[in-house]
Ligand binder design. Structure first.
Ligand SMILES: NC(=O)c1ccc[n+]([C@@H]2O[C@H](COP(=O)([O-])OP(=O)(O)OC[C@H]3O[C@@H](n4cnc5c(N)ncnc54)[C@H](OP(=O)(O)O)[C@@H]3O)[C@@H](O)[C@H]2O)c1
Length: 356
């Protein structure tokens, strides 16, 4: 059997601001044969989250920093190309924390809910590989049925808890998390207002995701436009952006409203110390409102429930999702991740690593 060559991106130093390819070492090594109970996976797809930029820092995050010298952590989908495990034959499609590399030796598991090991382990190590469910495209487990879908599910259903008729404002509304969160508010019977950048995203949110209103923060003043659209205030603000967008949402919060802090991508996750903070927090006091943050892992014991409900909405067509697919192989990982911070992605940011 011909030897397989793995191309890896190992973190060479901690990026100072925007990550570049120079912050990584490209390493080539022969893929070892799988031991008993192991498989070799060819990584076909990698998924990208803004949090990855934070994992390159040495500072606190909900996951440990990726150690310098290690393969960059990241979720992927691929095909089994060598196997010693009957339930995971050559040709099977699997998902796991495969990291920024083209092949990985993995240990399969029949567990179906998303696993947390990619969050809790420092490096990639020998990851576990899971079968992807039937009846949906394999890449759905990287987005709408993966961690971003679950984030939207628990953030909207459990923290925000919109009631029919509530006004729900969602920032980062055309991204992987925001696009699901907005639709979950719609499914709960709320009146939805999305905030996103650019005409294409505005169109998708209205015509495909079915939001009631969309504010283009790149061409409109968010604070005054939301005030026009929601004169009695916003009952729920699901914020993915932080900074000035968070400030504009707080300015419009209704009496006893809720601000859900899901993320703060406008900080760049490079250096929180330079991030802009809202200057109007006293509005929370005078409107008897509340702000609550969360991390999707808080709900790890309910992932099966969330994944099951999301899958049902996906299958019956009530939940739509978008993927932004980039090409370019493993060396395009850094530039693909940076698209999130430039607002270039509509829906889940993916990279096609291999065409098989
Ligand atoms: N709490 C949790 O457990 C959890 C889990 C996953 C993700 N998150 C957070 O959820 C948020 C969305 O993550 P995602 O993976 O779904 O990414 P995403 O929304 O698919 O991509 C990021 C989007 O953020 C917007 N953006 C980037 N820079 C911005 C800026 N300076 N100002 C305003 N908008 C900006 C861009 O959209 P526009 O073109 O519209 O600007 C971009 O497309 C992030 O803050 C992430 O950290 C939290």
């Amino acid at each position: 059997m011909t030897a397989l060559v793995n191309h890896q991106l190992r973190l060479a130093r901690r990026p100072s601001w925007t990550a570049t390819l120079e912050d990584f070492t490209v390493v080539q090594e022969t893929v070892p044969e799988p031991g008993a109970g192991q498989i070799v996976v060819r990584v076909d797809w990698l998924a990208f989250d803004p949090a990855m930029r934070g994992w390159m820092n040495d500072g606190p995050s909900y996951a440990p920093p990726v150690p310098v010298g290690e393969v960059m952590r990241g979720h992927g989908v691929g095909e089994v190309v060598r196997s010693t495990v009957a339930d995971f034959p050559v040709g099977a499609t699997v998902a796991g924390n495969f990291g920024w590399q083209t092949y990985v030796v993995a240990e399969p598991t029949l567990e179906s809910v998303p696993l947390l090991e990619h969050i809790h382990s420092a490096g990639v190590g020998t990851p576990r590989a899971q079968r992807v469910p039937e009846g949906v495209p394999a890449t759905a487990v990287l987005g709408v049925l993966g961690t971003t879908g679950l984030t939207a599910y628990f953030g909207m259903i459990e923290i925000a808890r919109p009631r029919p008729g509530d006004v729900v404002l969602i920032s980062g509304a055309a991204g992987a998390t925001g696009s699901v969160a907005g639709q979950l508010a719609r499914l709960a019977g709320a009146r939805t207002i999305g905030i996103a950048g650019g005409a294409e995203k505005v169109r998708w949110l209205r015509e495909v995701a079915g939001l009631n209103e969309v504010v283009d923060y790149k061409s409109e003043d968010v604070r005054s436009r939301v005030a026009e659209l929601a004169p009695r205030g916003v009952d729920v603000f699901y914020d993915n952006v932080g900074g000035r967008v968070l400030e504009a949402g707080i300015a419009n919060i209704a009496q006893r409203g809720t601000v859900v802090m899901c993320g703060g991508i406008s900080s760049g996750y490079s250096d929180e110390a330079t991030a802009y903070g809202p200057t109007n927090l006293s509005t929370i006091t005078v409107r008897s409102a509340r702000i609550e943050g969360f991390i999707f892992t808080d709900f790890a014991d309910r992932f099966a429930e969330g994944a099951d409900r999301l899958a049902r909405w996906v299958r019956d067509g009530s939940l739509r999702w978008a993927e932004d697919v980039q090409e370019g192989g493993i060396e395009a990982t850094v530039s693909t991740m940076n698209r999130l911070f430039d607002g270039k992605n509509l829906g889940k940011q993916l990279l096609r690593v291999s065409h098989g």
